[in-house]
Design a binder for this molecule. Structure first.
Ligand code: XIL
Length: 350
């Protein structure tokens, strides 16, 4: 009898709004069939607060650098999967999806590659070998790849790079043809992975996103295997063009591809002590809420990912010469910030 009474009280207690614990981002996202992810640094996984927060709050992750050429390829003959495998291992234990980032990029390539004076034929073989080996290694583990990262300049021209035209893999001067080739190689290596083109500065409707839009439309029409577009969403200005972001997500969604917000952070100015103001943190929270709501409003937008989750580990300091920072959802001590609440509110709606 006493046990029954205790049990009844327990049930009553958990049903009451006063006792209901706030649901994590992950729980909210799971309930809506959404992916909420973050970039991770393998060396931080051994930190208790880092891994506990990561596993509790996110149902997806991506190596911040772990699968880039300069980490995977210490030299031409070697593939070093140590960092990438740690990230994937964490995800498996915590039942999280893994995005792969990235197979082809003109920037942050290892010096042996950029200074190697390789000829077109060699580069073509090396890139095909890289894409094939990496995508096969992670087959069944990485569900979506950023195949090409940052291929266009701000005017929508294909960016000069070692892969495009310096000297390139054989499609110099032929616009998006080299991108097409890399998507075909990636699809051949892992036909089940979703293949994304990922870029920054293309979040709103502008020359760059117009060029990406035209490429995706062309690829879809001709059956080039592309499944999605990653919008990085690094926001450095506290008054972003939210209507433009919404319209851009809407038009890509209407093309029938998925949209992932892949690298969101919202940098805020820091004072002399390295602290943000409460007003700016409130603005930041509102930006997270509005951008996430824009994603959730369009059926094609299926993932919201931040570029790290604690201000302790963020690239913004180095990207802004320490003028800005505090761009993420948790502070340096892993306490949730107003930005966390902003994203949670967006996920909670409906
Ligand atoms: C950045 C990482 O955060 C840094 O650790 C690294 O030193 C350089 O790259 N766009 C991208 C990311 O697609 O890969 C970049 O990440 C940030 C800009």
């Amino acid at each position: 009898m006493r046990v029954c009474l205790w049990f009844a009280l327990l049930l009553w207690g958990t049903g009451s709004p006063n006792f209901e614990p706030a649901r994590s981002l992950r729980e909210q996202a799971d309930a809506r069939g959404m992916l909420v992810g973050t970039a991770v640094r393998p060396y931080a996984l051994s930190e208790m607060a880092y891994s506990a927060t990561l596993g509790r709050e996110f149902n997806m992750l991506e190596g911040e650098d772990a699968m880039k050429w300069w980490v995977l390829r210490p030299d031409r003959a070697t593939f070093n999967f140590t960092d990438g495998d740690r990230v994937v291992g964490f995800a498996e234990v915590h039942r999280m999806k893994v995005r792969g980032h990235n197979l082809v990029w003109g920037w942050t390539n290892p010096a042996w590659l950029t200074n190697g004076n390789f000829k077109t034929q060699e580069l073509s073989q090396m890139l095909e070998e890289h894409i094939t080996t990496v995508a096969k290694h992670y087959r069944g583990k990485v569900f979506a790849w950023d195949v090409v990262n940052e291929g266009f300049d701000e005017h929508g021209k294909v960016k000069p790079s070692i892969w495009y035209d310096q000297p390139g893999i054989g499609f110099a001067g032929k616009g998006t043809a080299y991108i097409e080739q890399t998507f075909r190689w990636a699809h051949a290596a892992d036909p089940d992975a979703l293949l994304f083109y990922n870029d920054g500065g293309a979040e709103t409707v502008n020359e760059k996103s117009n060029a990406i839009y035209a490429m995706v439309k062309d690829f879809k029409r001709r059956g080039v295997p592309i499944d999605g577009v990653g919008l990085q969403m690094h926001i450095f200005d506290l008054a972003p063009d939210l209507a433009g972001i919404d319209a851009n997500i809407a038009r890509f969604s209407a093309l029938g591809v998925q949209i992932h917000l892949t690298e969101m952070d919202v940098a805020v100015p820091l004072d002399a002590y390295g602290s943000p103001s409460p007003e700016d943190l409130a603005k930041q929270a509102e930006i997270y809420r509005r951008v996430a709501s824009a994603c959730l409003a369009h059926s094609g937008c299926t993932a919201i990912q931040t570029w790290g989750f604690t201000d302790k580990y963020s690239w913004i300091g180095s990207a802004t010469k320490k003028a800005k920072g505090a761009g993420l959802l948790f502070d340096r001590d892993y306490h949730p910030k107003p930005a966390y609440e902003g994203l949670r509110q967006a996920l909670q709606k409906q």
